[in-house]
Design a protein around this ligand. Structure first.
Ligand code: ADP
Ligand code: MG
Length: 263
């Protein structure tokens, strides 16, 4: 069982506070969807969890499996099993997709790393994601379309096998056919590896494939409402401004209820 726990997290960038006393708990097997208007801090949350040094933790704690990770590097967090599929994946010149994945995995697996198995698995995943086979030998995301970049994030997820997966607007830039491929791939990964998932999306379309266990609305630096899938429908119908906030449930309450339900 893996658990991400965020306690009273306040984060700023360039002296502007973005997250304020933010709290969230995600366990293995849970799919949390985070929604909220543009610029509210959703991507900031994912980058802070991943360890982007541009963001400053003013106070609060991020734990992964009871280990405080506030001061770990991106690489150290990645080795703990934390993964971020970014909203805007970067282009990296001079390092091919295959080289990057091979070195990341050989460092982790050490003497257990087998080149033949690696190539076999990479080919299998490229095929099941319907990616062009030459893409793995090109610079990371170099000349990739928006949709191809998103699929490349999913390829990395399949190769690195994280236990905590964050996907930031993975559906943006995907056409209907590719949205289906990506949505089904994420669900397949979920069923096979039982990870913790944090999903950021604006659209119900992606949720045709991925069924969230928790839906959160973020406003003013924190989660202001938590519910189930019905909350997505409500947002889609009414927009964020008109959502009823009467039945506000804090995430810790939610976690306690879940725990009781499961016992
Ligand atoms: P969301 O993903 O919810 O749309 P973001 O987390 O990307 O929002 O951004 C939250 C806020 O932080 C926005 O107001 C954005 O302009 C600001 N922000 C993000 N990165 C920087 C930066 N490098 N410098 C200054 N402000 C930033
Ligand atoms: Mg964003």
């Amino acid at each position: 069982m893996n658990t991400l726990k965020i306690e009273n997290l306040t984060v700023s960038i360039n002296n502007k506070v973005i997250l304020k006393n933010f709290n969230l708990i995600i366990n293995s097997g849970e799919i949390h969807v985070l929604m909220g208007v543009n610029g509210i801090g959703k991507s900031t949350l994912t980058k802070v969890i991943m360890g982007d040094p541009n963001y400053k933790i003013e106070k609060g704690y991020i734990y992964y499996n009871d280990k405080l990770i506030n001061d770990l590097t991106v690489d150290e967090r990645s080795r703990l099993g934390i993964f971020l599929g970014m909203q805007l994946p970067l282009e990296i010149e001079g390092v091919t997709n295959a080289d990057f994945l091979r070195s990341a995995l050989s460092i982790r697996q050490k003497e257990n790393f087998k080149l033949f198995d690696f190539i076999k698995e990479l080919d299998k995943n490229v095929e099941s994601l319907h990616m062009k086979s030459d893409m793995i030998h090109r610079g990371i995301n170099q000349g990739f379309s928006g949709g191809e970049r998103k699929k490349n994030e999913i390829l990395q997820m399949y190769m690195l096998k994280p236990s905590f997966v964050m996907l930031d607007e993975i559906d943006s830039g995907l056409d209907v056919d590719n949205l289906k491929i990506v949505g089904e791939s994420i669900m397949k990964y979920y069923k096979e590896y039982n990870p913790c998932i944090l999903l950021i999306t604006h659209y119900e379309r992606l949720l045709d494939y991925i069924k969230p266990t928790h839906v959160h609305i973020m406003s003013d630096g924190k989660i202001i409402k938590t519910g189930g899938f019905e909350l997505v429908k409500e947002i889609e119908e009414k927009g964020f401004q008109n959502i009823s906030l009467k039945k506000v449930v804090s995430t810790s309450e939610c976690a306690i209820k879940e725990k009781i339900k499961n016992e």
